[in-house]
Design a protein around this ligand. Structure first.
Ligand code: ATR
Length: 271
């Protein structure tokens, strides 16, 4: 039996009910014998300030922050990490004497990319310039990947490009033949029946393809069909959580065990 008071961690978002973070974070605590629980807190935009005050008062140790609060939460933190300031968003809070804000999304993406290729010196096509694109663009810049960005609304691609040193293109077809890495950060592929962003038959076996959506989108399916290495957003989700866990506890979670636990939920397998 574990004695002493149970430390509380969680995730704040809206919606948050279907989050898989509680599944693997609780397993990591259990495996390491840490007396803690990780719960989902459904918090609307108008209650974020109150929620964070409440978490502090209750001595909650740390939380993940997800849609739609990743930018707004910066207003309620006392300390912002360098990456949070660069990306303009936080997905992890640690409550000490102060509220510390971190961003582990970029690390999650970086590790997910490095699992399938050595990105240094490579060229990438980034599709999308929304909120989630920023952590990806930051990681690509840190990895010194030459990146071309396309977005349906060109002005947003221009803003992202200016901030992270990317090149804006008018159509994905302009560069898809010359890049090594293709990354989708748009929401296209989230819904059944979503079409193609560009002609996916232009993807070849020598390329690696990543999607931040947690399921095999038409882009990922097509890439696999032609023999390209392709992963959906699941590894990124797990790895960002792993990095949050390390920030909160200072311990290394059992990554392979967590991957196995996520397979029934759609975590990619080798076969
Ligand atoms: P998130 O926080 O998940 O990134 P977001 O900030 O709303 O969400 O960004 C959604 C991204 O998907 C944007 O790049 C958006 O393009 P616009 O900036 O032009 O809106 C992109 N997107 C959404 N629907 C799209 C579609 N049908 N075709 C192409 N891009 C689309």
């Amino acid at each position: 039996m574990i004695r002493g008071s149970t430390a509380v961690y969680g995730i704040l978002g809206d919606p948050v009910e279907h989050s898989l973070s509680p599944v693997f974070q609780n397993l990591a605590f259990k495996h390491l014998g840490i007396n803690a629980v990780y719960v989902a807190f459904h918090v609307g935009k108008d209650r974020l300030r109150d929620a964070i005050s409440g978490l502090k008062a209750l001595r909650v140790r740390g939380v993940n922050i997800t849609i739609p609060h990743k930018e707004e939460v910066l207003n309620f933190a006392d300390l912002l990490s360098l990456e949070v300031r660069e990306i303009g968003a936080a997905n992890t809070l640690k409550f000490s004497d102060a509220v510390e804000a971190y961003n582990t999304d970029w690390l999650g993406f970086k590790r997910s990319l490095e699992d399938i290729t050595d990105p240094k010196g490579k060229k990438a096509l980034l599709l999308g310039a929304g909120g989630s694109s920023r952590a990806v663009a930051y990681a690509l810049r840190r990895l010194e990947v030459e990146t071309f960005v396309w977005n349906r609304t060109r002005s947003k691609a221009e803003r992202l490009a200016e901030r992270f040193g990317l090149k804006v293109i008018n159509r994905p077809e302009e560069v898809v033949g010359e890049v090594d890495i293709v990354i989708n950060t748009t929401s296209v592929g989230l819904k059944d029946g979503d079409g193609e962003i560009f002609d996916y038959s232009l993807i070849s076996a020598r390329q690696v393809v990543l999607d931040i959506i947690y399921r095999d989108t038409p882009l990922i399916k097509r890439a696999k069909t032609v023999g390209a290495k392709a992963v959906n957003g699941f590894p990124m989700l797990l790895y960002q959580g792993v990095e949050s866990f390390k920030i909160w506890t200072g311990c290394e979670p059992p990554v392979n065990l967590l991957k196995e636990a996520l397979i029934p939920f759609g975590y990619p397998t080798e076969c």
